[in-house]
Design a protein around this ligand. Structure first.
Ligand SMILES: Cc1cc2nc3c(=O)[nH]c(=O)nc-3n(C[C@H](O)[C@H](O)[C@H](O)COP(=O)(O)O)c2cc1C
Length: 169
């Protein structure tokens, strides 16, 4: 129980400027419970760097997310930091029941985790630890591979501020 108003709290947190990422993994079973791997994606701005040695990053997933079960069970995931021309992809992967992989080019990365072809920077991780985070679960990943495209090095990042996309400068 708390006296804090959730909506006001969320608005206050929005004063912290972030980038935007999409986290992907491979679900062991699809929605029908078939033992068939399904690519899963979730837009997230909770991404943060944790440690340089060992190389660790984190993000948090809402327990209410449709992709929660997949990420809770996953042993590997990838974080794509988006560039400013990827608002459409960010919105797509922030939508429940959307076809997130149908029209976007992607390929399997380490351990089959889906990697979008276009991104600013991508980190491919194994799950190092998971922590209870209230209505979220905090997932800490160990980075095994990362890269930025030359195109991305000149691209502007996608920025999120007070509930809206923004640019730098
Ligand atoms: C900019 C932005 C950042 C977001 N950050 C997170 C986040 O860090 N963690 C999270 O669980 N959901 C976050 N969301 C909401 C999810 O993307 C959204 O709930 C989406 O429906 C999740 O996909 P799913 O329902 O298929 O799991 C964010 C949405 C946006 C637009």
């Amino acid at each position: 129980m708390t006296d804090i108003d959730t909506k006001e709290f969320r608005n206050a947190l929005g004063a912290f400027v972030t980038g935007v990422t999409i986290v992907t993994t491979l679900s062991d079973a699809n929605a029908n419970g078939d033992a068939e791997s399904t690519p899963v994606a979730c837009t997230a701005n909770s991404f943060a760097s944790v440690s340089l040695d060992p190389p660790l990053v984190l993000w948090s997933i809402a327990r209410s997310a449709q992709s929660f079960d997949a990420f809770e069970k996953a042993e590997h995931f990838a974080v794509h930091i988006l560039h400013s021309a990827q608002v459409g992809l960010s919105n797509l992967c922030a939508t429940k029941n959307a076809d997130k992989f149908g029209e976007i080019s992607w390929h399997p990365g380490l351990n089959g985790v889906p990697i979008f072809d276009d991104y600013n920077t991508c980190f491919q991780c194994s799950v190092e630890n998971k922590y209870d985070g209230g209505d979220h679960v905090i997932i800490v990943g160990r980075v095994h591979k990362f890269d930025s495209s030359d195109k991305a090095k000149n691209a502007k990042p996608l920025v999120f501020y007070r509930g809206a996309y923004a640019g730098l400068g």
